[in-house]
Structure formats: structure tokens, C-alpha cells
Unconditional design. Structure first.
Lengths: 128, 128
């Protein structure tokens, strides 16, 4: 009647309940993050259009260095591995570059130069 | 007096202001996401300890499949690329596995088996 441990079906109900509670929190957090990221990509799209429309250079190394330093400090205070925070930013930047490449391709210039600082205002779309 | 475009220093003030506004939003979003991820890792650490303490299998493919399907659907409704949402989940899972491997190593069993479903309850810590 207690724990037989052959799988989640045969587990102490209290343990299963605790696991479900944690998974619910994980799912809530994931939903929040997905929505935040959707909003973030809306911002970087706007940055891309703005830069393209005003012949601004896509890369801004000083801005990127500041972002990395800031995220690392925030991670530290949140007890998150700062190296992970930096990796995370790079992961996002790579995606934004990918977005901009697709925009460039669909604009027919094919110039996905991949210069993706500032979270991806890298290749600015030709329109805007 | 207007836009000379040699760098952000010589840009139309209205454009610079708009760029700053977007960057502030990006920074706010990044801070929110970093804090959400810190909270998420707290949950997965607890899951790891719970599973280790109750001899539960680290992997749960059904749970993982459900998470992927759910995140893809959420992404779609938020106008985020579903493929990116899935890639993002895998990125996080990889980090949680890494956490668990470190815990396993520091517990001296070195058994970082890397089986990291459910966002990283993969290698359960030996304690708990």
C-alpha cells in the first residue's frame, strides 16, 4: 500500500502530489517565459526595422557587452549560474539572427549577414 | 543637423530615443526571464531530490512529450515560432542535466547519466 517505485503509477500519493505541484510550477514558469520571449522578439523586430530605416549599423559591441555584464549580475543575485545567463543570451541572439535572415530572404536580398549583436538586430530587414 | 548615420552618436534624436525605449523593454524582459529561470531551476532541483529520495525513474518520456506539445501550442498562440519554443525547452533541459551532473559529482557518485527529461530531473542527486 505504500511505495513500490516501479513507476509514477505506484508511488506514495503524497510524493506524487508533490511532484505534480512542482511540475505545475514548472509549466507555469515555462508559459510565462514563452510569452516574455514572444514579446522580446517583437522588440528586436522593431529594432531591426528602425536600424534598417536609418542606416544604423546592425552591430553594437558596447551595447552587447553591457547586456552580458548586466545579465550575469542579475543571475548572480538570483542565484542562477552567471555563465548560464550568458549562454542563454547567446542562444536568444542566435535566434534573432535567424529571424532577421528570414526577413532578409523574404525581402529578396538574401543578405543574412548574421551580425547579430543586441539580441539580433543583426541583419536589419530591408523594409522599414 | 539631421542624420549623419556614422554611429549611434550621430543619429536623429527621435530615432535614438525610440531605440533606447526598445532596448529598455528588451532589458526588462531579460531581467524577468532570468528571474523566472532561477525559479524554474529551484523547482527542478526539488524534483531531482524528490525522485532520488523515492527511487523514481529520472526519465518520463510521456511528461516530456506533453511539455513539448504544450509549449509549441503556447508559442503558436503568442506568435512565437513553435520550433524555437521546442529548441528553448531542450536548451533548458540540457542545463538542468548539467546541474544534476554537478550535484551527482559533488555527492561523489559521479553518475551524471544525463537522462534529463522533464527539464532536468534527469540525474537525481544522491541525497534527499
Amino acid at each position: 500500500m505504500t511505495t513500490s517505485h516501479t513507476g509514477t503509477g505506484a508511488v506514495d500519493p503524497a510524493v506524487r502530489e508533490e511532484l505534480a505541484r512542482l511540475r505545475d510550477s514548472i509549466d507555469n514558469i515555462d508559459a510565462a517565459v514563452v510569452h516574455m520571449l514572444a514579446e522580446r522578439f517583437k522588440c528586436t523586430q522593431q529594432v531591426g526595422h528602425l536600424k534598417a530605416g536609418h542606416q544604423l549599423p546592425p552591430a553594437d559591441p558596447a551595447r552587447e557587452a553591457k547586456q552580458i555584464a548586466r545579465l550575469r549580475a542579475l543571475a548572480e543575485s538570483a542565484k542562477l549560474d552567471p555563465a548560464f545567463a550568458e549562454k542563454f543570451l547567446n542562444f536568444i541572439i542566435a535566434e534573432v539572427i535567424h529571424h532577421h535572415e528570414r526577413i532578409a530572404e523574404s525581402n529578396g536580398n538574401g543578405n543574412g549577414n548574421g551580425n547579430g549583436n543586441e539580441n539580433g538586430n543583426g541583419t536589419a530587414p530591408a523594409s522599414g
